[in-house]
Design a protein. Structure first.
Length: 243
């Protein structure tokens, strides 16, 4: 168990998400292009080297993320959090498409083969309470604000603890929530034990950098995340083809 500050992140092993095997190569090609084809981007900081002479990304990765709110937090707070997290990933050439629980149902393809492949590509962030009386979820350390299992597709974020911290430190709740979400999604895309000494993936949440809006992945983490997204696309494609 890895664990942050008076607010800590932790990750732990979990059962990998089951992905269905689909036999149609033609369908595979369409879906892989739909979910994983790079798209043209606007100018981004060039610390990965994947930019052209104009400072624009020459290729981008896409990621589908569903946010499931079990706390009743304000939709405006969630939207601010999404913008923060999306900005973190946009900086490394990854574009997030966000879904709510209801939105996902409407977006899932009706074709069964496309449906299974689409669902296997979605990352889910669950916004949970952190009530000591809560018996629906395992107990958390007093300082834990988020939890994710590397290699899986599910992250958990403890919103009430984030709200208390944000109020105490006089920081926008949506901003803190966004960085915690970005951190936990990072664990889903990085290898185990991926906490770093500083930056976004530090086990200790740097509130000074949160205030400045300057928590980022380092170059190695960014490259690994993009590599993971590419490999997942290839893996889903191979499974769909029965390879």
């Amino acid at each position: 168990m890895e664990t942050i500050l008076s607010t800590r992140f932790c990750n732990h092993p979990d059962t990998p998400t089951r992905r269905a095997r689909i036999a149609a190569v033609a369908i595979l090609t369409v879906v892989a292009a739909m979910l994983w084809t790079p798209a043209r981007a606007t100018a981004q900081p060039s610390f990965l080297g994947n930019v052209d002479a104009d400072g624009e990304w020459t290729n981008r990765s896409k990621m589908n993320v569903i946010v499931r709110d079990l706390t009743g937090v304000s939709p405006a707070v969630i939207e601010r959090a999404k913008r923060v997290a999306a900005g973190v990933y946009r900086r490394i050439g990854v574009d997030i498409t966000w879904f709510g629980a209801g939105d996902l149902v409407q977006q899932v393809p009706t074709d069964s083969a496309l449906n299974e492949l689409f669902c296997a590509s979605v990352i889910q962030v669950n916004l949970l309470p952190a009530d000591p009386e809560d018996t629906l979820h395992p107990p958390f350390r007093a300082t834990t604000v988020g939890m994710a299992a590397p290699g899986s597709r599910f992250a958990r974020v403890l919103v009430q603890r984030i709200r208390v911290l944000a109020v105490q430190e006089r920081i926008d709740v949506g901003r803190v929530l966004g960085y915690v979400m970005a951190h936990e999604i990072g664990h889903l895309l990085l290898p185990p034990n991926s906490h770093s000494r500083d930056g976004l993936m530090s086990a200790l949440l740097d509130l000074t950098q949160v205030r400045r809006g300057s928590l980022w992945f380092d170059e190695d983490q960014a490259a690994r995340i993009r590599g993971t997204l590419v490999r997942r696309g290839v893996s889903l494609a191979s499974e769909a083809a029965g390879i």
